[in-house]
Design a protein around this ligand. Sequence first.
Ligand SMILES: CC(C)(COP(=O)(O)OP(=O)(O)OC[C@H]1O[C@@H](n2cnc3c(N)ncnc32)[C@H](O)[C@@H]1OP(=O)(O)O)[C@@H](O)C(=O)NCCC(=O)NCCS
Length: 147
Amino acid sequence: MLEIKKITMENLDDLVFLEKNCFNNPFKKDDFVYEINDNPFSFIYGLFLDNKLIGYIDYWITFESSTISKIAVLKEYQNNGYATKLLEFMINNLKSENNEVHFITLEVRISNIKAINLYKKFNFEIVNVKKNYYENKEDALYMVKGI
Ligand SMILES: CC(C)(COP(=O)(O)OP(=O)(O)OC[C@H]1O[C@@H](n2cnc3c(N)ncnc32)[C@H](O)[C@@H]1OP(=O)(O)O)[C@@H](O)C(=O)NCCC(=O)NCCS
């Protein structure tokens, strides 16, 4: 059974495992503790397949804008439409629960073709290139979608 649920402290170890599986410069445990407990702008949801955490999305809401901080799916579960489900869930949430939000923004590494294609599928548009944005000096695409 596939479910999307709010991430809680109970999921912390699984979330840290997922993060390490997906990113070269992963969020650390403390970063997630902050996102779950302390960041008033953060919304963090997990995708569970038969109660196993296989993906997550972390987005922030500030006034009329929402930002995708992170989205990831365990490597062995990628290319099955799971990130698509998480993004659809986020957009539906924003539309149904918060009619103040009018656009979604994100930054993505210019080399991350998979993620860029995912965002383009949802009609995100590249509005800017942020030079040397990442720790390794890689550029970021700044993408925006109206909702
Ligand atoms: C980016 C990521 C979240 C996509 O997750 P996923 O579950 O595999 O994505 P989906 O199966 O829903 O695919 C969505 C779209 O991504 C694109 N995509 C997927 N695999 C791709 C590939 N190998 N090459 C190019 N585009 C690809 C396609 O547009 C696809 O849509 P389609 O299947 O309708 O053509 C996943 O690859 C991941 O966790 N990567 C590591 C973390 C990361 O880089 N996150 C994004 C930055 S925060």
